[in-house]
Structures are given as structure tokens and as C-alpha cells.
Design a protein around this ligand. Structure first.
Ligand code: IFM
Length: 457
């Protein structure tokens, strides 16, 4: 027997990408250098030594890519704008050719009946702004607002869904404390300052976007990792509090008017991550700006953390893998759809978020073409189906979920993991730049057409 899990009328079905991961053309038509250009050109930073210099060459192939999206029945497309394509030195002089690229892309999408969801910052900071302090410097937040003003003045008549920042946790902690992403720092105070300035940049940009794009929806996208204790012991539950605070609450709480979580501020002070004066980067009015009401929250969810109490070298409790091997994706991320349900319900019940879009969800598997050129990526279909079923349950429980974007439209440059990880529902042949829809793309097309999932045998 089969059952249909239906989604609400008007539910937005899409896929997502990011500029540096797909565009290539890293020096074309006046584009400036970004921190990711600099980082990938530094030996030893990327696992396979690769760069985004060419990536999927989307900058030159955007017309074909729009045609592909139309063929797949996509209703929406989330992409990001490359800041140094628009402002090669971060502030000041505008590169018209860069703006024209996005004018054409937006027009092409609208002609194809695909709604653009635009992310302003998906990690490719202009290198010149890094040279003046990067995100640990308050001036970068001001520069972001200038950039947001320029882009939304240009595109705001047609773009009606804006995401200010993608994944502030990655921008701050992954990049400035763990050092895995550009600029590759390992500096706790800098990471904490960056986290504040990224949120401030968001808060300051919201009214600018509203002014330049009347009637638009404006939000921010956070990456979440639902955290669960490895055992019911007090110590493991306490460690779980800390991981949840580090990844999730540190960003959610100030965005929803609760200020920075006091337990985490105390932990960071005790660990020496903040100076003796504490959160000195927070100035009068900042918390009000960060908590400026938004129209939606973008949710990126891939996996959970199972947390054990044991001091790791970075002072954070370690997360442990408990699931059998077949329950991980090739990123070594556990497949845990229940965590998706728990998260969406938490955002609804605990934070009363007015509207949610899942702006990323997906799985990395390297299944490639068989002799007939077909790509049977059943594991990705299973992953997507199980997560969509969890999302549908969350909607039934009251979560105001209005749309879902698969990460990613096509295989692309997976940051420090290079090209070894493939998240696409479309295969990218990097030698020829051929795109081949995988079985998951065909499956997703049916989901969109049905506005729901058929489950059961
Ligand atoms: O590829 C990334 C994306 O850029 C941000 N969110 C997670 C994805 C998979 O790691």
C-alpha cells in the first residue's frame, strides 16, 4: 500500500547553490579576488589541491543551467552573489559587468518561471576587506550594508526573497576558530568577534533590503546541528548544552531577541576565549539591530551531533559517531531525519519563528554514471525522501515550513573537501562540463509535480 504525504498549496520547491562553488570565472570581467581565491591558491588548504577557478563554469553556462532547472520542474532557485564580482575591492567602485551577470541570471530565471532566492553572502569576502580586518573587524559589517544596498537597488524590483548571510557559524567558527575555511584562522576571540559582526551585518542590512525591494521577504540562513547526549548522564547532557549553545543558540538567541546565551558567554569567559571584559565587541544598539524582525528563517540541516563529556583540545565536548557505517553519508555525517523534525518543531515551539524555508538539505554520495550513462543514486533518494517525510510531519505538528531547497542543484566545489564530495542531483563532469541529471533529479521532479511524496511499497 502506498500513501501520499502532501505539502501545503504553494509550497516552494527548489535547489540551492553558491557563487564560489559553481561560477568559476574567478578573474573574469573585472571580478576582484575573494578570500576563497586566496585560500584555495594556498597549498595545503584543500584536500585535493583544487580551486574554484573554473568549478562548474556556471558564469558562462548559466543559460543552459536555467534550461536544466526548467526541465527538472524547479519552481525556485537559491543562489548567491559574489561580492567581489560586484565590488572588486569590497567597497566603492562598482563593476557593472558583475552586476550585469546577475541581472541576466535573474531575468532568465523569471522567464523560465523560476523564483530567485538570493543569498548576499555565501563566504566569498573580497580579499581587500580581509586585509582590513575581515569579519573580526566591525568595519566589514558596514561594508556589507553598502554592498547589500547596491545589489538590492539593482535587483530589488525583481528579486523578492533575500537571504542576508549563509551560515554565520561557518563564517565565524569554522573559518576563524577551527581554521578549516577561509581565512583559516585558529583564534577564539577573533571568531567570537566575527560572529557578532556577521549578525550585525545581517541586522543592519534588513531595513536596507526592505527599502530597496518593496514587498520582499528578508531572512537569514543558519546551519543547525541537532544535539543529543550520548548517555542520559548529567555530564553528557551538560556537554550537549554546550554544543547546542556553540552551534545553534549562539546565533538563534540574539536573532530572536534573547541576547547572546548567558551560559555560553560564561563558558567562553571561563575558557579565556573572551578577554576579561567579556563581550566588548557588542556596542549600544547592536542587539536591537540583530533582533530586527525578519520574514523567515532559512534552515540548513544535514546531520545531528551525539555529544559526550570529555574535554577536547579546543575545550569543546566531542561529538561521537554511534550509527552503523551505512547510516553516514560520504561527508561522514550521520543520516538522522528525526533530528530534522526535532529542529523544525523546536524553531516553531521554542522560538516562534514566523516562517521557515529549508534552504539546504541533501547528501554527498559519489555514485557516477554507469555504462549507459545513467546515475542510480538511490541512497540520495532515500535521504531526501526520509527528510522530506520528517519535514511533512513537522508541518503537521504546526511548523510554518513554506519551502524546501535541495543542496545542491549540481555537483560542485565542496570547499575544503574539494571536488571529492558530490551533493548534486545533477552530475557534473568536470572535464567536459556536461551535466547529467541523476535518478534523484528525476525523482525530485515527480515530488514537485505531485507537491508531495509517495511512500510505502
Ligand atoms: O556545500 C555546503 C554549502 O556551501 C553550505 N552548507 C553546507 C553545504 C555542504 O557542506
Amino acid at each position: 500500500m502506498t500513501t501520499k504525504l502532501s505539502f501545503p498549496d504553494g509550497f516552494v520547491w527548489g535547489t540551492a547553490t553558491a557563487a564560489y562553488q559553481i561560477e568559476g570565472a574567478w578573474q573574469a570581467d573585472g571580478k576582484g579576488e575573494s578570500i576563497w581565491d586566496r585560500f584555495t591558491h594556498t597549498p595545503g588548504k584543500i584536500i585535493d589541491g583544487s580551486t574554484g577557478d573554473v568549478a562548474c563554469d556556471h558564469y558562462h553556462r548559466w543559460r543552459e543551467d536555467i534550461a536544466l532547472m526548467r526541465d527538472l520542474g524547479l519552481r525556485a532557485y537559491r543562489f548567491s552573489i559574489s561580492w567581489p564580482r560586484i565590488l572588486p575591492t569590497g567597497r566603492g567602485m562598482i563593476n557593472q559587468a558583475g552586476l550585469d551577470f546577475y541581472h541576466n541570471l535573474v531575468d532568465g530565471l523569471l522567464e523560465a518561471g523560476i523564483t530567485p532566492f538570493v543569498t548576499l553572502y555565501h563566504w566569498d569576502l573580497p580579499q581587500t576587506l580581509q586585509d582590513t580586518g575581515g569579519w573580526p573587524a566591525r568595519s566589514t559589517a558596514q561594508a556589507f550594508v553598502e554592498y547589500a544596498d547596491i545589489v538590492s537597488s539593482a535587483l530589488g524590483d525583481r528579486v523578492k526573497h533575500w537571504i542576508t548571510i549563509n551560515e554565520p557559524w561557518c563564517v565565524s567558527f569554522l573559518s576563524h576558530q577551527m581554521g578549516e575555511h577561509a581565512p583559516g584562522w585558529q583564534d577564539w576571540p577573533a571568531a567570537l568577534a566575527a560572529s557578532h559582526h556577521v549578525l550585525l551585518a545581517h541586522g543592519w542590512a534588513v531595513p536596507v533590503l526592505r527599502r530597496n525591494s518593496p514587498g520582499a521577504e528578508v531572512g537569514i540562513t543558519l546551519n543547525f546541528t541537532s544535539a543529543y547526549p550520548a548517555s542520559p548522564s548529567y555530564a553528557d547532557r551538560e556537554a550537549t548544552r554546550s554544543v547546542d549553545g556553540y552551534i545553534n543558540r549562539w546565533f538563534l538567541d540574539p536573532l530572536y531577541g534573547r541576547r547572546y546565551p548567558a551560559d555560553m558567554v560564561a563558558d567562553y569567559r571561563a575558557a579565556g576565549h573572551l578577554g576579561p571584559e567579556g563581550m566588548t565587541m557588542v556596542q549600544d544598539g547592536d542587539l536591537q539591530a540583530i533582533a530586527t524582525p525578519t520574514d523567515f528563517l532559512g534552515v540548513n540541516y544535514y546531520t545531528r551531533a551525539v555529544v559526550r563529556d570529555e574535554a577536547a583540545p579546543d575545550n569543546l565536548p566531542p561529538t561521537v559517531l554511534t550509527a552503523p557505517r551505512e547510516e553516514w553519508t560520504e561527508m561522514d555525517w550521520e543520516i538522522f531525519p528525526q533530528g530534522f523534525y526535532d529542529l523544525l518543531c523546536r524553531l516553531h515551539f521554542e522560538y516562534q519563528v514566523p516562517k521557515l524555508y529549508v534552504t539546504e538539505n541533501g547528501a554527498s554520495y559519489s555514485d557516477g554514471p554507469n555504462a549507459e550513462g545513467q546515475i542510480a543514486d538511490e541512497r540520495r533518494i532515500d535521504y531526501l525522501r526520509d527528510h522530506l517525510a520528517a519535514a511533512q510531519r513537522a508541518i503537521q505538528a504546526g511548523a510554518p515550513l513554506a519551502g524546501y531547497f535541495v543542496w545542491s542543484l549540481m555537483d560542485n566545489f565542496e570547499w575544503a573537501r574539494g571536488y571529492r564530495q558530490r551533493f548534486g542531483i545533477v552530475w557534473t563532469d568536470y572535464a567536459t562540463q556536461q551535466r547529467i541529471p541523476k535518478q534523484s533529479a528525476v525523482w525530485y521532479k515527480e515530488v514537485i509535480a505531485e507537491n508531495g511524496l509517495i511512500v510505502g511499497a
